[in-house]
Design a protein around this ligand. Structure first.
Ligand code: SF4
Ligand code: SF4
Length: 206
């Protein structure tokens, strides 16, 4: 991914973050539901584009990344346990139902932003991406995506930059190179840092 594309992606993220805030303040937050539904609908084909280009939580975390301790990304707590994400989804649904029964309605899309910051501060960014309730839904569908980030070749210098920079900790560099399509955020960071241009977003080979 070229630097210009990275800038465009950041600007797009800021646009959607501001759009969410405006929709919230003007009482039109239901419009965001339409965006979500469209994003969910295209995920089995193009993957988690919502996470990579639209998600206001991801944009907020990116904008604040200078303040966050990057070493926390190395925290692997619960990353290999599938039940953690499904438990988090259940808790989220229960909380959502409970909040909707009160008169203090706050949109869940807004609430997720401070919640994400707390989780990232305590457990690291990769852990947040693993338990994000919307991420769990997108991830389930992304397993079938026809387009995804992948390696052009299994032969490279094994410099490890892609693995080090993957915020979702879903890319592994070992005897084989692997990206877990379910957990991949479509952030494009691995493509951006690879000195050999060995990672691209494209159609899966049959
Ligand atoms: S594999 Fe690449 S695109 Fe996917 S989350 Fe990791 S760095 Fe981002
Ligand atoms: S950044 Fe590129 S060259 Fe380095 S290990 Fe990853 S795919 Fe290989």
């Amino acid at each position: 991914m070229k630097k210009n594309e990275n800038k465009k992606r950041t600007l797009l993220g800021i646009f959607f973050l501001l759009l969410l805030i405006v929709l919230w303040l003007t009482g039109l937050i239901k419009v965001w539901m339409i965006i979500m539904i469209l994003a969910i609908a295209v995920t089995p084909l193009w993957g988690r584009l919502y996470c990579g280009f639209i998600c206001p939580v991801a944009t907020s975390l990116n904008l604040a990344s200078l303040l966050l301790d990057k070493k926390r990304n190395k925290n692997k707590i619960g990353l290999n346990s599938k039940w953690v994400k499904y438990l988090a989804l259940l808790i989220f649904i229960a909380g959502f139902v409970a909040i909707n029964k009160t008169q203090f309605f706050v949109p869940v899309f807004i609430l997720l932003i401070p919640l994400a910051f707390i989780v990232v501060f305590l457990f690291g960014e990769a852990f947040w991406h693993r338990i994000c309730p919307f991420g769990t839904i997108f991830g389930f569908l992304a397993r079938f995506s026809k387009y995804r980030y992948d390696f052009l070749s299994q032969t490279c210098s094994r410099c490890g930059l892609c693995e080090k920079n993957c915020k979702a900790a879903c890319l592994t560099v070992g005897d084989t190179l692997n990206i877990d399509a379910q957990e991949c955020l479509y952030c494009g960071k691995c493509e951006q840092v690879c000195p050999e241009n060995n990672i691209i977003y494209g159609k899966q080979k049959a």
